[in-house]
Design a binder for this molecule. Structure first.
Ligand code: KG4
Ligand code: ZN
Length: 341
């Protein structure tokens, strides 16, 4: 089965071609210009997807050495994400499916992050705990089987990636903050300052990141950061903040795997690219756990993970017909729908 997949939920225009779950091409165009606004501007993101989508699709097809007539299934992200941005990928994908009269499936972006570790050579075995850490979501999920998900914990305020982005903004480092903090923290001292690790009362598997961000804000004010700024100081603050953020993710995940007696752990979403997080979690491999993290190309937003989940959904679905013309009524939902998750 050859799948053509589209991802346009935020600021990456991505198109991939997969054959029987193997990635033939995965083109990702990141909209870097949002950094000048300190975050993604939804309207500009949608317009950029519109400008790029034809070109990126042609490139994905050409790199995969497949042509449109060989495609058996079209998949596109439908939720969650920026509604205008989602609509560009969805409608473009649906038009191709309708023209070719081939099946079309919508994919939940968070589910795609869960299964992104299945694109690696070694994949987690069921049941596993999935930690999703992206710019918009932080979730601990028990995955019992394909599409049998139980959400164990989520953030009560900011997402993990959002905390990295906000702290980078406070330090005037640019956007997205995660990769910049990761790089600078390598030269900093994680013990320079202890930022608090938040616990959510009565909900031990829930996360909270706004407290760490606020304590960074107060700390900068207390030390008169504006006037004392130096490379060393910035590196030390990055390292100390990163330590606290990663430690908080690690402790909650550990609680979940112990509570449910799970040995396989999958970590995905943009923040899973963080070097400190990877080191911390991969150390669990020495304690009898199996930790899976996607290759860098598949940790941040990409269409390959959409194609994989599209194929799984199509193959495992009990719905007899998935033909494009019948799926035209599927609407893009702007928010994660926990009921249907
Ligand atoms: O999954 P993703 O590409 O998009 C969403 O679905 O949100 O995640 C983007 C997030 C951003 O907040 C970015 O700062 C963060 O992932 N990120 C990182 C790193 N690379 C990306 N955070 C920490 N360390 C990194 N190396
Ligand atoms: Zn994402």
């Amino acid at each position: 089965m050859i799948v053509l997949a589209f991802e346009t939920s935020c600021d990456e225009t991505s198109v991939a071609v997969l054959e029987n779950g193997k990635v033939l091409s995965n083109i990702i165009a990141s909209q870097l210009f949002h950094s000048e606004f300190g975050g993604v501007v939804p309207e500009i993101a949608s317009r950029e997807h519109l400008k790029k989508i034809v070109e990126i699709t042609e490139e994905a097809l050409s790199r995969s050495k497949k042509n449109l007539n060989e495609i058996n299934l079209i998949a596109a992200t439908s939720e969650p994400g920026l509604i205008g941005a989602l609509l560009i990928g969805l409608n473009f994908a649906k038009s191709i499916a309708a023209t070719l009269n081939i099946p079309f499936v919508t994919v939940n972006h968070i589910q795609a992050h869960i299964y992104s570790t299945f694109l690696n050579q070694k994949r987690p075995e069921f049941p596993f705990i999935s930690l999703i850490v992206s710019g918009g979501h932080t979730l601990l999920i028990l995955v019992n089987n394909y599409f049998e998900h139980k959400i164990l914990g989520t953030t009560v305020d900011d997402a993990a990636g959002e905390a990295f982005d906000k702290v980078a903004k406070l330090l005037k480092l640019g956007y997205p903050g995660g990769p910049i903090i990761d790089k600078l923290a390598k030269q900093g001292n994680p013990d320079y300052h202890k930022f608090p690790l938040a616990n959510v009362k009565n909900y031990p598997l829930n996360f909270s990141f706004s407290g760490i961000k606020t304590s960074v804000l107060y700390f900068l004010r207390d030390i008169d950061f504006e006037n004392k700024r130096s490379d060393k100081l910035v590196n030390d603050i990055c390292a100390s903040f990163q330590y606290a953020a990663v430690e908080s993710l690690y402790r909650k995940t550990l609680k979940a795997i112990q509570k449910y007696g799970i040995k396989n752990i999958s970590i995905s979403g943009g923040v899973s690219a963080n070097s400190c997080l990877q080191k911390k979690f991969l150390s669990l491999n020495k304690e009898g756990y199996k930790v899976f993290i996607p290759d860098l190309e598949y940790s941040t937003d990409n269409a390959a993970m959409i194609g994989l989940v599209g194929m799984l959904k199509y193959k495992l679905s009990k719905r007899k017909k998935y033909y494009s013309r019948e799926s035209f009524n599927e609407k893009a939902k702007p928010r994660l729908n926990y009921e249907n998750f």
